[in-house]
Design a binder for this molecule. Structure first.
Ligand code: SAH
Length: 235
């Protein structure tokens, strides 16, 4: 599978940990904890029932499988082989049959099946690719007219360096050291430009906060560290 918009070292980080993807106390605990929050937000806006969804950079399938329990069908794509294997196995064990996992670049799938999906999600992935604008463009191409496209990523500023790198990786040890590179974080204004250039209409934004005392995440209006955006393709 050839794609230029991929960093092999980034994929290796996720492949190395793949066997622990569904362990809720592992490095992937944050993804498990935030999953109900993002799922409800996505479902409230895009109503998954009866829809065809695509999860770009699906990893071990935490969001993809949860969406499959509500949607008509879900396709999960990633370029890391081991997480995809874990995702397939988990769906099989859970008896979730309306899901397909494929090792294909978003750009290639966009050329193969443009406009094929009612809902496209691309969560916690853009900050790991060399050219996030290319991924955003591909996600836009993959959505049907009036379809929804969701992104989540990390803002780039001194606070996000302190919270998402120092706090999460070094102090609270929520994530392995080296999970994120601050220079790759994406300001909402930059993501807004990528979306606009891809022809997407920005609909809504949420921030995501973590309370280290209660160890709980919540959605809020503070986009200074983690944030999610919802866009729509014009009708
Ligand atoms: N979206 C999932 C997983 C996030 S972890 C979730 O939020 O639960 C980041 C994922 O992005 C990993 O699975 C990694 O393999 C994937 N990834 C990184 N670069 C990629 C690329 N160029 N194309 C597709 N997936 C990529």
């Amino acid at each position: 599978m050839s794609s230029t918009n991929v960093d092999a070292a980034e994929l290796a980080k996720f492949s190395d940990l793949a066997h622990r993807w569904w362990d809720k106390e592992s490095e992937f605990r944050p993804l498990h904890e935030i999953n109900p929050l993002r799922l409800e937000w996505i479902d409230a806006l895009a109503s998954l029932k009866g829809k065809r969804a695509l999860d770009v950079g699906c990893g071990g399938g935490i969001l993809a499988e949860a969406m499959a329990l509500r949607a008509h069908h879900v396709t999960g794509i990633d370029l890391a082989v081991k997480p995809l294997g874990v995702a397939r196995l988990h769906a099989m064990e859970q008896g979730v049959a309306n899901i397909d996992y494929r090792e294909v670049p978003a750009e290639a799938l966009a050329a193969e099946a443009p406009g094929a999906f009612d809902v496209v999600t691309c969560m916690e992935m853009l900050e790991h690719v060399p050219d996030p604008s290319s991924t955003v463009r591909a996600c836009a191409q993959l959505a049907k007219p009036s379809g929804w496209v969701f992104f989540s990523t990390l803002n780039r500023n001194p606070k996000s360096y302190l919270f998402a790198i120092i706090g999460a990786e070094y102090v609270l040890k929520l994530l392995p050291k080296g999970t994120h590179e601050h220079s790759r974080f994406i300001k909402p204004s930059e993501l807004a430009r990528y979306c606009r250039d891809a022809g997407l209409l920005w609909q809504a934004t949420k921030g995501m906060g973590y309370n280290p005392l209660t160890r709980r995440y919540s959605l809020n209006e503070d986009t200074s560290v983690n944030y999610l955006v919802a866009c729509r393709k014009p009708a």
